[in-house]
Design a binder for this molecule. Structure first.
Ligand SMILES: Nc1ncnc2c1ncn2[C@@H]1O[C@H](COP(=O)(O)OP(=O)(O)OP(=O)(O)O)[C@@H](O)[C@H]1O
Ligand SMILES: [Mg+2]
Length: 428
């Protein structure tokens, strides 16, 4: 009988009791026979099957697994569902013993105050019909900040815990995390002992789905490289929800709701700037000046944050001085500590194919930086209109380009500056 069916045979949840009963029936054994074969007291077997509420010693699990002829995956599942419950000898829950259920709580710290994003938050919190939501947008647009904030708010609805994995889809000096490696970490966080994590990717994914089948867990998959990376990490159970973030539009997955994330509205961008710079630094500054500052940052949260951090770092600067500086080489200006707009865009650029990198560089030479159609793009790229459209589509897919109206395209101001000075990669 497949693992999941056995788990579902259990009365309500894949408790150790339900699983054991299913496996014992499969082995055509009575409780007495199982107890005898495992060398355990029959009362132990009965309590496990009936209550499923107390945790057998590791030795008891091993003995039962041997007696039942469980395979590696089944042993791992049994180990996972019996962890974190009151221990053997402590008596069943309800007898006055405190129950310490271990659940993963992996969410990173929330942003101090999320600016704007009311609509997106409502979509993330309100849509219970979409088990997987993918927050997508250009570098630094606030995908991780939004996903983490939403996950903190949603967390109380997921008593099975919250998992967070950085998939390093766009990281310096690190390749995207292999799905198998991500699954191994997720399984360990869910209580599967390291030695019980199966070798093969498919077996890991199957065990992951089995462990999550009846749990209510919220999973954040941050910075996904593409669909292939996240597909094995999607649970099948109805109680789990997944929030993915990605710089790429994940259109190849069924049942994934796409939530595109644009730059911030002016008021929210000003609120973010004020909070990071410190309200006292902007107290006497007219709103139009602050609006001009955030506009020069393209209202990109990362850029707004960096600009505000620069002001905070330099006690002698005024907002007007910052504004003047942003009139020059903006990308050089928008760099503070580990936050760097150009470096963030480099990571997107580096991931492109050589042909797409060339197209990106040429689009950066478009004079004026306004909208352009496929015809004008074909002129810049030296291709047919059809080929140009294909290249533009690919750049749309990785959020390095925006479609302002059907057939009309535009680069974000900071992206255009980046594209205009990008150099071919070695070997292009
Ligand atoms: N709405 C917001 N309110 C306050 N701070 C924000 C907001 N959006 C983003 N930030 C801040 O801006 C910076 C960039 O945001 P974040 O890292 O979430 O972007 P991202 O889209 O995930 O970028 P990447 O594509 O590089 O992963 C972070 O410091 C984040 O805390
Ligand atoms: Mg991110």
């Amino acid at each position: 009988m497949p693992l999941l069916d056995i788990a579902r045979d259990a009365d309500a949840a894949p408790s150790s009791g339900g699983l054991l009963r299913g496996w014992r029936k499969r082995a055509l054994m009575t409780q007495e026979e199982l107890a005898e074969r495992a060398g355990l007291n029959v009362r132990t077997v009965r309590r496990l099957e009936n209550g499923g509420l107390w945790q057998p010693r590791t030795r008891s699990i091993v003995l039962l697994a041997q007696a039942l002829g469980l395979d590696g995956e089944e042993r791992a599942l049994l180990a996972a569902v019996t962890r974190g419950l009151p221990g053997e000898g402590e008596g069943p829950a309800g007898s006055g013993t405190a129950t310490t259920v271990i659940v993963p709580r992996q969410l990173p710290a929330d942003v101090a105050a999320l600016a704007g994003r009311e609509g997106e938050l409502a979509a993330l919190e309100g849509d219970r019909t979409a088990p997987v939501v993918s927050v997508e947008g250009m570098a630094g647009t606030g995908k991780t900040a939004l996903a983490v904030h939403a996950a903190h708010r949603l967390a109380p609805g997921f008593p099975g815990g919250q998992l967070f994995v950085n998939l390093h889809g766009h990281a310096r000096a690190t390749l995207p995390v292999e799905p198998g490696a991500a699954l191994a970490r997720l399984l360990r966080a869910l209580g599967v002992p390291g030695q019980d994590v199966p070798e093969h990717l498919d077996d890991r994914a199957a065990l992951y789905r089995s462990v999550l089948a009846e749990r209510e867990v919220l999973i954040v998959l941050d910075d996904a490289a593409d669909e292939h990376q996240i597909l094995p990490l999607l649970p099948a159970g109805p109680g789990c929800r997944v929030i993915v973030t990605s710089r790429r539009r994940l259109s190849g997955l069924a049942d994934v709701a796409n939530l595109p994330l644009d730059v911030l509205p002016a008021a929210a961008a000003i609120a973010l700037f004020t909070r990071v710079a410190g309200p006292e630094r902007v107290a006497d500054v007219p709103d139009e000046v602050l609006a001009e500052v955030v506009e020069r940052c393209g209202r990109l949260p990362l850029a707004v944050r960096v600009a505000a951090a620069r002001l905070r770092e330099h006690a002698t600067w005024s907002v007007h001085h910052l504004l003047d500086r942003l009139a020059g080489d903006r990308l050089a200006e928008l760099r503070a500590g580990r936050h760097d707009v150009a470096a963030a865009l480099d990571l997107s650029y580096d991931r492109l194919s050589p042909g797409l990198r060339r197209a990106y560089r040429l689009l950066g030479t478009h004079p004026g930086g306004g909208d352009l159609g496929a015809g004008a793009a074909a002129g810049l790229l030296g291709t047919s209109a059809r080929q140009a459209e294909r290249l533009l589509d690919e750049l749309l897919e990785v959020h390095l380009l925006r479609e302002t109206a059907p057939g009309r395209y535009r680069l974000h101001g900071l992206v255009r500056e980046h594209a205009s000075r990008a150099r071919p990669c070695p070997g292009d």
